[in-house]
Write a protein of this length. Structure first.
Length: 393
């Protein structure tokens, strides 16, 4: 098996993905990198110590000119995704695009259109589809253990929200649209995958309840030195927030899917703990996860009726894994490398990535419009058909 040679655009918080992608002799190698921040480029070269200085550039177009690169990982801030992905696709480079696909529905559709027109392979990094807890829940549903799914409820507790999302560009609408898109895109995609349908109508409510009143840094000043190393508690003790904050830190949304499933998603960025709790109720039972990392449990209740039973009828353990994001980074990059070499179906889907953004985007429009319901804009039929057919005409 010949290794896929990768270029990486963006050496910030997802530098871990570049490290996970370098697997000489096992499918892929990182051969060049790009970042327009000289300090990020220097730090990247320190970590990716197999690269030579000439393999690190500030202009992404220099990567696109390299005939020895098969594909590009785009792991830059969300608002840059459309322009960078379209450039790469038009240059004939297969693209791994970090989620969310973009911060608007129109931006997603422009990326899909470029992939369709050029025939260049597009892959979107929804790594939660490779997380053990999600795959375990999907296996249970596929076996029919809870019958046909009818409703999905997700609660997302984000204890580090004030650090991960309110001390840098994530706090600005112009860079993310909102955290109901940026942060929830993962969970909305998982809801669609577990339920077997896409959202067609949403409504939502949300507010900047806590982080809007906390001390901020002056514009142009760097993030705190201990950023992402030390965390304040209680949340009201946080300092050094981004100079501009206009995204919500609490949000709730309701979804009507095209197959009749009803779903709900809730997100809070100042909870004491950090995990996702999924409940899926079907015609013959329900499942719920307790924890979302290796060693967590997915419990199933499919006898009854009864009063509350803490242990359920059967419990499934989430398997042990190695690597970042519960082992999902390694798994998703292996799938991407195989896709670059061979094409064909993948567990992730650019169409599904677009639909998760569309749900989050329209929900954000709803919560900023008093909770008025919004319909999801349809995708052009030829684009939908192309991506449903694994990017084969």
């Amino acid at each position: 098996m010949q290794d896929v040679r990768l270029g990486v655009i963006g050496l910030g918080l997802r530098l871990s993905l570049a490290l996970a992608a370098h697997r000489p002799g096992k499918g892929s190698v990182v051969a060049a990198v790009c970042d327009n921040d000289p300090e990020a480029l220097r730090r990247g070269l320190d970590r990716l110590d197999w690269l030579k200085p000439e393999d690190a550039v500030a202009d992404h177009r220099r990567l696109l000119d390299r005939a020895d690169l098969d594909a590009i990982l785009v792991v830059t801030p969300d608002d840059t995704h459309e322009a960078l992905a379209v450039d790469c696709l038009r240059a004939g480079k297969a693209v791994y695009l970090e989620k969310p696909m973009h911060i608007t529905v129109d931006g997603c559709d422009a990326i899909l259109r470029a992939a369709y027109q050029t025939g260049t392979r597009l892959y979107v990094g929804h790594n939660m589809r490779h997380m053990g807890v999600v795959r375990r829940m999907r296996e249970i549903i596929a076996r029919g253990d809870i019958g046909e799914p009818k409703t999905v409820w997700v609660r997302h507790f984000v204890s580090y929200g004030g650090d991960f999302y309110f001390k840098d560009w994530h706090a600005e609408r112009s860079r993310t649209t909102g955290l109901l898109l940026q942060k929830a895109a993962h969970d909305l995609d998982v809801i669609h995958w577990l339920a077997g349908g896409y959202t067609e109508r949403v409504n939502a409510f949300g507010s900047l309840m806590l982080h809007g009143d906390l001390p901020r840094r002056a514009p142009g000043t760097p993030r705190p030195e201990n950023w992402l190393k030390e965390y304040e508690w209680p949340p009201t003790a946080r300092t050094g927030l981004n100079h501009h904050i206009d995204v919500e830190d609490v949000s709730v949304m309701n979804m009507q899917l095209d197959n009749g499933v009803l779903a709900a998603y809730q997100q809070c960025h100042f909870s004491p703990d950090y995990f996702r709790n999924y409940t899926v109720i079907g015609t013959e039972g329900r499942l719920e996860n307790f924890g979302d990392e290796a060693g967590a449990e997915v419990r199933v209740w499919n006898t009854g009726p009864s009063r509350y039973r803490a242990d359920g009828d059967i419990s499934y353990r989430v398997p042990d894994v190695e690597g970042t994001h519960g082992g999902s980074d390694t798994a998703i990059l292996a799938e991407f490398a195989r896709f670059v070499r061979e094409g064909g179906p993948t567990d992730t889907s650019p169409l599904a990535a677009r639909m998760s953004v569309a749900a989050g985007y329209m929900a954000t429009m709803s919560l900023r419009d008093g909770g008025r319901p919004y319909d999801i804009p349809p995708l052009e039929p030829e684009l939908a058909a192309y991506f449903e057919n694994a990017q084969q005409r």
